[in-house]
Design a protein around this ligand. Structure first.
Ligand code: UD1
Ligand code: UDP
Length: 350
């Protein structure tokens, strides 16, 4: 079987790493990078650290408005798919690269497999929610991380081709944590002791493109008084510059880090403050409290079992949660057993 995989943004590289490895044991994979992310620290670094095969094609679409970016990706993926004639098209998550891949596959009648199918925040103002809903409705194989996703799909009338496979980000976490802790010197390099800081990430459009929301988040983080390490996404760096926002002395801004460094920073953090989908899950994998800078999440399981709290962008709520939120309950295995990639390959081969 020949599988055409489409990826393009940071979290997709991490998700694809375990799947690509498992897939290539018994099938042919043709890897298309849309070029949505292109800085070394947002793209190539992950290919090197995680041993992801070099893409067969990089469309080099780059940044742009949603329509222009997605449209250019669609045209590029379509041309490659016509040439390559794959048996299946594989997409991950909820970015514009995901949507473009799914649209290209659907128009060419190539069966689509969606990894991380069925997630919903039920907030259609988020571009990710639109991308997920459309992609799920175009997909033939809906590869869900857990039962919540299956229920979400059922409510939209999707039952055929739905499989619970576990979470590929948990596979990646299990595959790389030991190496990261054994080899990465990021804590020492920054003079940090484990447990002495909180880790912050923020990049979602609804938080950083609105200068008011970004200023409220930064005020909450400053007011917490906690020592904070903040690897800054390029979108956020530009937004902070544009709004003239300077964080307080308790916040250390650093460039985006590699996956291994991120695992070490998460593992050593007292708590994790984020609006990222992937980082919310990694906080749970690492057993660290998660304070989510959103009013909704697609990872509702982590909230239900008490390890994640939604704080939105109110500075007082953010500061209070950073000072006091500490989970007390157990941490059930919500995300599978670290072998989702093998199950995905089994489903693809069916
Ligand atoms: C995208 C996804 C988002 C995901 C995130 C992961 C969409 C709609 N959004 O958001 O769901 O959580 O990736 O990180 O697909 N930029 C650079 N260098 C890069 C990449 C981006 O400087 O390598 C800057 C550009 O100014 C660009 C901005 O970041 O305009 C936003 O990039 P874009 O890929 O459009 O969206 P993300 O915010 O990264
Ligand atoms: N990540 C990373 N370096 C960073 C920030 C995040 O390696 O500086 C990793 C993080 O560990 C997780 C993934 O990127 O595996 C999450 O991607 P991101 O937050 O960009 O997107 P989202 O998950 O919100 O779509």
């Amino acid at each position: 079987m020949k599988v055409l995989t489409v990826l393009g943004a940071r979290p997709q590289f991490i998700k694809a790493a375990p799947v690509s490895r498992a897939l290539r044991r018994s099938h042919e994979e043709f890897l298309v990078h849309t070029g949505q992310h292109y800085d070394d620290a947002m793209s190539d670094l992950f290919f090197r650290q995680l041993g992801i095969p070099t893409p067969d094609v990089n469309l080099e679409i780059g940044s742009g408005a949603h329509g222009a970016q997605t449209g250019a990706m669609l045209a590029g993926i379509e041309a490659v798919a016509i040439e390559q004639r794959p048996d299946r098209l594989l997409v991950y998550g909820d970015t514009n690269s995901t949507l473009a891949g799914a649209l290209a596959g659907a128009k060419l009648h190539i069966p689509i497999a969606h990894v991380e199918a069925g997630l919903r925040s039920y907030d259609r103002r988020m571009p990710e929610e639109v991308n997920r809903v459309v992609t799920d409705h175009l997909s033939d194989l809906l590869l869900c991380p857990g039962q919540v996703a299956v229920g979400n799909l059922a409510r939209e009338g999707i039952a055929k081709g739905v499989h619970v496979v576990g979470d590929v980000m948990f596979d990646a976490f299990c595959d790389h944590l030991e190496t990261a802790l054994g080899t990465c010197t990021v804590l020492g390099d920054m003079g940090l002791e484990p447990g002495s800081y909180q880790l912050l990430t923020a990049h979602r459009a609804e938080n950083v493109d609105d200068p008011g929301a970004l200023a409220r988040i930064m005020r909450g983080v400053d007011d917490s008084g906690c020592q904070v390490v903040f690897p800054v996404h390029p979108r956020t760096r530009a937004a902070m510059r544009g709004a003239g926002l300077e964080p307080g002395p308790n916040v250390r801004l650093i460039d985006p880090v590699g996956y291994l460094e991120m695992l070490v920073l998460e593992h050593g953090a007292q708590a994790i403050v984020t609006d990222s989908g992937g980082v919310q899950k990694e906080a749970y994998f690492a057993g660290r409290p998660c304070i989510t800078l959103r009013d909704s999440t697609e990872w509702t399981e982590t909230v239900a079992c008490g390890w994640n709290v939604l704080v939105g962008t109110d500075p007082r709520t953010i500061a209070e949660a950073m000072r006091t939120f500490r989970p007390t309950g157990g941490r059930p295995q919500l995300f599978g057993d670290g072998r989702a990639a093998e199950r995905i390959v089994d489903c693809l081969g069916q």
